[in-house]
Design a protein around this ligand. Structure first.
Ligand code: NAD
Length: 490
């Protein structure tokens, strides 16, 4: 159904995220008739742009995202621009005036979304000004969308959250983790809770281990400056990887309300065993890419990239073992791995079931393969179930078969899908697929223990994996120690 009337104010509207994701996503909603005609967007950033310049920027961004482009002019006419200095009250008063005008013109009922798509150091300042300068003083709803990263450790995240809470309540804060907007991540719950086949087996009696991989082929590209301060642990594990693990580990909620789903995820995270001190080296592996060849192209190592310290201690790869200490999962490792410059771009989850008690087909020298449920998140979207069946012929021989369901996702670089869903949800007031403060704080506390060790003890083997490989040897050894290996399945 259609969204309610909304004014969307985008801070950082001349930036990369707005251009590649936010404008195309809003346009797609518009195209599909899901966006109320009663909408307006105010873009703000430092640059002095006119409304017309902004509108043509929006127009171009939609054109370059490809696909349909009917009615773009009409759509773009709802966009307005105001140059803005995030620390200056006068700027906000100007914004308020424009917001009030558009509120009347488009009958927006005072509904306001503030989307902070800017460098994170400004999140707190902007939220404070929104209140003190009267922008949140509106008769409709007010909601704040916050991009990642939400802090760089627990204390900074807490400080940011406290600051936001002066202007917005927890229910009004929508913390983006765009993985939660991905179709197949949302499908984790459906696969689990809508099938008689899986949930009864979804525990330590039948599952031997779960493997979550999110690999990228790209290196750090032009984000060296940012990445040096972040690294894969903070950039990927604290949010996306832990969120996927929580969705796999959580108990069935009593219903699908925001509160119930997020509280179950929070409970799962409370059972996540902390990895501290000496345990860090045993359970977590860090890596940094060196030179290598991908698709016949010679690529530089991380330390040779622009804005990167030639002796950098920043990890571009992390593998780790998560353990949820609860009745359901005691003893089942959840392995995660993520990194840059790996051999393929692939986000997937492999659920490995335990071996059957006895192999009756051993005589026919068949090693039975374990049953696997593979959830493909990107770029492929779908699920594959690996089973054993009888090979055609006289002998009682087994052969692996795969049952495949493909979502036939759009394989392009520019699928704005996740953002489309998330912006729609926010306008509808559904925060289920945004992260609650409890989840953010628990995951930062988990991560901080690991960073504490990695920051005090420099990695002495960097670079420890070549570009175009699946990470350092230690990542394979992490599973080998437990008698497992990373499934190379596709
Ligand atoms: P960007 O650097 O491309 O854009 C930043 C925007 O903020 C620009 O419009 C800039 O003019 C504006 N800005 C910067 N300083 C300002 C100031 N002092 N006053 C007013 N405006 C100012 O950044 P981006 O890539 O669009 O990222 C925005 C946010 O989204 C960041 O939090 C980032 O971590 C997050 N994010 C980006 C991506 C992505 O793909 N680009 C993906 C996930 C999350």
């Amino acid at each position: 159904s259609e969204t309610p009337a909304s004014l969307i104010m985008i801070f950082g509207a001349t930036g990369d995220l707005a251009k590649r994701k936010l404008f195309p996503s809003l346009y797609n909603l518009y195209q599909k008739g899901k966006l109320s005609e009663n909408f307006a967007v105010i873009g703000t950033a430092r640059r002095e742009w006119s409304h017309e310049t902004f509108q043509s920027h929006v127009y171009d961004s939609i054109k370059s995202a490809g696909g349909e482009n009917e009615g773009i002019d009409q759509f773009a006419s709802h966009f307005y621009y105001q140059a803005h200095d995030v620390t200056d009250s006068d700027s906000y008063l100007g914004l308020k005036k424009l917001a009030d005008q558009l509120d009347k013109k488009y009958e927006l009922e005072g509904n306001r979304i503030f989307y902070l798509s800017m460098a994170p150091e400004f999140f707190g300042t902007i939220a404070s000004h929104l209140k003190t300068d009267g922008l949140t003083d509106t008769k409709g709803y007010k909601r704040l969308i916050i991009e990642k990263p939400f802090g760089h450790n627990y204390p900074s995240a807490k400080e940011l959250n406290d600051q936001l809470r002066h202007s917005f309540s927890e229910e009004e804060i929508y913390r983006i983790d765009h993985y939660l907007g991905k179709a197949m991540v949302q499908n984790i719950q459906v696969i689990r809770f809508a099938n008689a086949l899986f949930e009864p087996l979804w525990n330590n009696r039948y599952i031997s281990n779960i493997q979550i991989t999110s690999s990228e082929v790209l290196g750090v590209e032009e984000r060296g400056g940012y990445y040096e301060k972040s690294g894969a642990l903070r950039d990927m594990v604290q949010n996306h990887m832990i969120q996927m693990a929580a969705l796999l580990a959580m108990e069935p909620p009593i219903n699908l309300s925001t509160e119930e789903v997020r509280s179950e995820k929070g409970r799962a995270l409370k059972s996540l065993r902390p990895v501290e001190g000496d345990e860090v080296e045993k359970n977590f592996v860090r890596g940094q890419y060196g030179k290598g060849t991908i698709d016949g192209k010679e690529l530089p190592g991380y330390r040779e990239e622009a804005n990167v310290d030639p002796a950098s201690n920043t990890e571009t790869f992390v593998a780790g073992k998560l353990l949820f200490d609860n009745f359901r999962w005691a003893g089942v490792p959840f392995y995660i791995r993520t990194g840059k410059r790996m051999s393929s771009k692939d986000t997937k989850i492999v659920v490995q079931f335990k071996d059957i008690p006895m192999n009756l087909y051993y005589k026919a020298k068949n090693e039975l393969a374990p049953n696997l449920l593979v959830i493909h998140i990107q770029p492929d979207e779908g699920i594959t179930l690996h089973l054993n069946a009888k090979r055609i012929g006289q002998e009682m021989e087994t052969t692996p078969v795969k049952l495949n369901f493909s979502n036939k996702g759009l394989h392009g670089m520019n699928t704005p899908e996740a953002y489309e869903k998330l912006m729609y949800d926010c306008m509808k007031g559904d925060a289920t697929n945004f992260t609650h403060w409890d989840e953010v704080s628990l995951s930062w506390k988990f991560i901080d223990n690991i960073s504490a060790v990695w920051e005090t003890k420099k990695a002495d083997d960097y670079p420890n994996y070549a570009s175009g490989t699946m990470g350092p040897k230690a990542s394979d050894e992490l599973l080998e120690k437990d008698g497992f290996f990373w499934w190379p399945v596709t």
